[in-house]
Design a protein around this ligand. Structure first.
Ligand code: GAP
Length: 560
């Protein structure tokens, strides 16, 4: 997660409130909830499943079927993309070739005090956000200048600290720790001490005279050296659980595309430059799944591998980076909340080489604010993957391009054989849904619900609701057939809700929380002049339109 580049005007919403709404309205539930849940897994309820489908469909339609909505590529031609749907389990050699078996691991550190594991590269983030003892310590000691209030720290160590961080050096042996601190830190007057430095100082120093050690977020004890923790889920394909039958759940959908590159070239009429796209589940045994669905162990990706000539990779990288950013903005992620961030040289993935572009599209989630969390990565993967698979499978994966090469005597190009380079826009569907939920969440004390979900009509799970004002006077007899008619016309896009119970105010409030953009109400005027009330979610404006024009009105609003 990255820091905010500039000061932002966005007010931070409460993640607890958003999660409560998600549960209350049936967007997202904890997986296996009635059994106490399972860490890192989530279930989508009726509204969430449709919201997720709408986002996946928008991606599929705009990227794959409409070829970047008709925008021409840097070669001045339409962008050509074809879809695939590949297996979650592949031959394990795929993961050997891709580098996942050897390298797809997180660095983990084990606490010698309590046995807790912590991800080495997340340690300070976790300490800052989730460690009770750390926050309590900070309350006691707020370092402004290099001066340690030893009385306060002593008191904290012997009381609260003892309970919260039984293995922290300051707590185990306050005298030794404080005398150590006094010489090391107070010995250098007016040197500012930052929080991280202070924590490190007091962590475990009396146990280890030779150097500083990082503290365990749970108990303050000494953390061991980082060791790799493999992220791939293992399973067995076959009757016996032997090494021979060992298989893996895919950690990304991308490899299913690379290993089918030759199939697609041989069996369709695509020509480089072209892309192959796929949506589907990916699995990672994340060490610290957290922040709702942001880091889960089972999640869905929307990935494109775009194959091009090596000379054109820079131009296609820029094209995809900018187009993908524009796409998220058009779905409603706007303003300061969405940024495009080019990677620093030290962030490059194993497949990216220096000079090859890599950028993230990042969203300011309530739990990352004022920083940002990755929504999609756009990477120039060079020819790394095709090369690896060609070598490991001993299959020729190079491409013969008959539009290139020197001109022959007949004036036609002789052709050129090369291994295409790949630009990969790789988006997380669950993270996309989470960003849309956070963005849509709009507190409004003037409404009965106190909040409404301001979804773009295109992705709103409920497209419209039809209500008889009261359940009598023949109103349901008009409302129910109208809902049925709209369902036949718009059902492929989302839900058309029909509800005749409770007061109209309560029904509107429910639709506000569900993010339904339009409610059509049949009332006494309808009986007289065949008009209905349309209620607009965002403005709360009400207008009357003809009953027989409701379908056309909705079609226009949904931009059909
Ligand atoms: N093929 C490249 C690749 O998989 P990645 O950055 O590891 O790259 C791509 O993943 C996207 O998948 C991320 O930008 C993120 O949106 C999503 N993603 C990755 N790990 C995730 C997790 N544990 N939970 C939810 N989404 C995840």
């Amino acid at each position: 997660m990255s820091e905010a580049p500039t000061e932002t005007t966005t007010s931070v919403k409460s993640m607890d409130d958003i999660m409560a709404l998600c549960k209350r309205r049936g967007f997202i539930y904890q997986a296996s909830e009635i059994y106490g849940g399972i860490n890192g897994f989530w279930d989508y309820g009726p509204l969430g499943a449709q919201l997720k489908k709408n986002l996946r469909d928008a991606w599929w339609t705009d990227v794959v079927m409409k070829g970047c909505n008709g925008q021409l590529g840097p070669n001045g031609k339409p962008v050509s993309i074809v879809p695939v749907d590949t297996s979650i389990i592949q031959n394990p050699k795929v993961w050997e070739a891709s580098g996942h078996l050897a390298g797809f691991a997180d660095p983990m550190r084990k606490c010698a005090g309590c046995g807790h594991f912590v991800r080495a590269d997340h340690l300070w983030e976790i300490l800052a956000t989730a460690s009770d003892w750390h926050s309590s310590l900070l309350q006691e000691y707020t370092p402004i200048i290099g001066d340690i209030d030893s009385d306060r720290l002593f008191k904290w160590a012997k009381t609260k600290g003892k309970k919260l961080a039984p293995n922290l050096a300051l707590v185990k042996n306050p005298e030794v720790t404080m005398s150590w601190l006094a010489t090391r830190v107070n010995g250098q007057p007016n040197v500012p001490v930052d929080v991280k430095e202070l924590t490190q100082h007091i962590a475990t120093e009396q146990l280890n005279e030779t150097g500083l050690q990082d503290p365990c977020p749970r108990c303050g004890g000494p953390l061991g050296e980082p060791a790799p923790f493999k992220l791939m889920f293992e399973t067995y394909a076959g009757l016996t659980h032997t090494e021979d039958n060992k298989a893996y759940l895919r950690p990304e959908t991308a490899q299913g595309i690379f290993i089918n590159f030759k199939n697609v070239v041989d069996t369709t009429r695509v020509a480089v430059p072209f892309g192959i796209a796929q949506t589907g589940k990916a699995f990672r045994n994340e060490v610290t799944p957290r922040n709702f669905t942001f880091r889960s162990r089972e999640f869905e990706q929307m990935e494109i591998e775009f194959f091009c000539h090596p000379d054109d990779s820079k131009a296609w990288y820029t094209f995809w980076r900018d187009w993908r950013m524009q796409w998220w903005q058009e779905l409603g992620l706007k303003g300061d909340n969405l940024i495009l961030r080019e990677h620093d040289a030290d962030e490059l993935a194993h497949y990216a080489k220096e000079g090859a572009g890599t950028a993230d599209i990042e969203y300011m989630f309530p739990f990352t604010a004022p920083g940002y969390g990755e929504l999609e990565g756009i990477a120039d993967r060079t020819n790394f993957d095709l090369k690896q698979h060609a070598e490991h499978s001993k299959t020729k994966l190079d491409y013969f391009d008959n539009t290139r090469g020197e001109l022959a005597k007949n004036g036609q190009p002789k052709g050129e054989r090369y291994l295409p380079h790949v630009i990969e826009p790789s988006a997380g569907l669950d993270r996309g849904v989470l960003a849309l939920l956070c963005e849509a969440y709009t507190p409004d004390p003037d409404r009965a619900s106190g909040v409404y979900m301001k979804f773009h009509p295109r992705i709103a799970p409920i497209k419209a609701a039809v209500f008889p004002l009261v359940k009598k006077d023949g109103m349901p007899d008009i409302a129910a057939p109208l809902a049925a008619e709209l369902r036949q016309r718009f059902g492929h896009l989302g839900t058309i809700d029909y509800d005749e119970k409770q007061s109209i105010g309560k029904r509107y409030a429910r639709m506000d929380e569900a993010g339904c953009p339009f409610c059509f109400t049949i009332d006494s005027e309808t009986l007289e002049d065949q008009t209905v009330t349309v209620r607009h979610r965002d403005t709360l404006d009400q207008e009357r339109i003809a009953l027989d024009k409701v379908g056309d009105f909705l079609a226009e609003k949904l931009d059909l």
